[in-house]
Design a protein around this ligand. Structure first.
Ligand SMILES: NC(=O)c1ccc[n+]([C@@H]2O[C@H](COP(=O)([O-])OP(=O)(O)OC[C@H]3O[C@@H](n4cnc5c(N)ncnc54)[C@H](OP(=O)(O)O)[C@@H]3O)[C@@H](O)[C@H]2O)c1
Length: 316
């Protein structure tokens, strides 16, 4: 029977950033939680459970609560600011270079931080510049901004690195082509590419490009976001979970870390937050079974198509 080492070090895996400074803990906690009280509680519990990598975004409209939770934890003294790798993201209405620094400063203020470890461009789609995060015309169509390129925005992020306000910069919701285009032209190369990825959307080609170029692939929706078809109920995952005496969630998170990605998972449920940190190394045959035996392919989040955020509702 396959076994896992009960208390191995997989959960503490750290990935040094090649194209940036700092070291990124692989196991990360995302704060895309609709309720603000839940956000604050979950962020605090995640840090207390052991998570040392946090993801946020101006678009989530909860950086203030994430910041309050972090401050509460830091004040207790056991966990320091420097122990935690903190990321946030620039939203689509702020792609014009002159809007980047003010948006970044506003995020830092809400998060109560004087630097972030990682600043990402949330999507490659520029929306009409202004304070409206979801600008629409009279027909309800998104108003895009053709007056700025992703490279223009990237240049403004490079300036933030120069000023010492963020240790690394990266892209989100991009494909291999967009990643290559920025990689080739950038003065400061992307340290991280943040995309949906799990066994139903393994993104092997992007992962290979990232590995070859010193970029960390950060996988969001690592558990499939509880969407249909349910990755957590996949028979390959549930049978491995039984064999190795772990939960399906722990199997999925271990797979993501062992194949060399950083990841993001989210829960507002205290027991699941603890469960998701308590991962252990999977045997090689289980890794192979997940990577090669699962044939289902499914993207759960449609943001990559239009820049409009949202998980795809059931039945679509
Ligand atoms: N860049 C982007 O466009 C983008 C898009 C989406 C997400 N993200 C980032 O990625 C993070 C993670 O994404 P995600 O929310 O899709 O993550 P996920 O971990 O795949 O899915 C979270 C869902 O799974 C449930 N869950 C968590 N742990 C579980 C467990 N052990 N067993 C069973 N169910 C479990 C949660 O329920 P409960 O909360 O009810 O426990 C929640 O409904 C976000 O918070 C955000 O930071 C980025």
């Amino acid at each position: 029977m396959e076994t896992t080492t009960e208390r191995d070090s997989l959960r503490y895996t750290k990935i040094p950033l090649t194209n940036g400074s700092g070291v990124m803990p692989a196991l990360g906690f995302g704060t895309l939680i609709p309720d603000l009280i839940d956000t604050k509680n979950a962020t605090r519990l995640a840090l207390e459970a052991g998570f040392r990598q946090l993801d946020s975004s101006e678009r989530y409209r909860n950086e203030k609560e994430v910041g309050e939770a972090m401050q509460e934890v830091f004040k207790k003294g056991k966990i320091k600011r420097g122990d935690v790798f903190i990321a946030t993201k620039l939203w689509n209405n702020n792609h014009r270079p002159e809007r980047v620094k003010p948006a970044f400063e506003a995020s830092l203020k809400r998060l109560q931080l004087d630097y972030v470890d990682l600043y990402l461009i949330h999507t490659p789609f520029a929306f009409q510049p202004g304070d409206e995060q979801d600008p629409r015309d009279e027909n309800g169509k998104v108003i895009y901004d053709a007056g700025v390129t992703l490279l223009d925005t990237w240049g403004a992020l490079e300036n933030l690195v120069d000023a010492g306000r963020c240790k690394a910069i990266g892209l989100s919701d991009v494909d291999v082509e967009k990643t290559k285009a920025i990689f080739e032209s950038a003065r400061i190369k992307p340290a991280v590419v943040h995309v949906e990825s799990h066994p139903y959307l393994p993104e092997w080609e992007l992962l290979e490009f990232c590995n070859q170029n010193g970029i960390v692939l950060q996988a969001f929706a690592a558990l499939g976001h509880s969407s249909e078809p349910k990755l957590l109920d996949d028979p390959v995952i549930t049978s491995i979970a039984k064999r190795v005496h772990k939960t399906p969630g722990q199997v999925l998170l271990a797979w993501a870390v062992q194949r060399g990605t950083a990841l993001l998972t989210t829960s507002k449920t205290p027991s699941r937050i603890q469960e998701n940190f308590d991962i252990s190394t999977l045997p090689e045959d289980a890794m192979k079974e997940i990577s090669e035996g699962i044939k289902t392919r499914q993207r759960f989040n449609a943001v990559v198509e239009t820049g409009v955020p949202g998980f795809i509702p059931r039945g679509k």
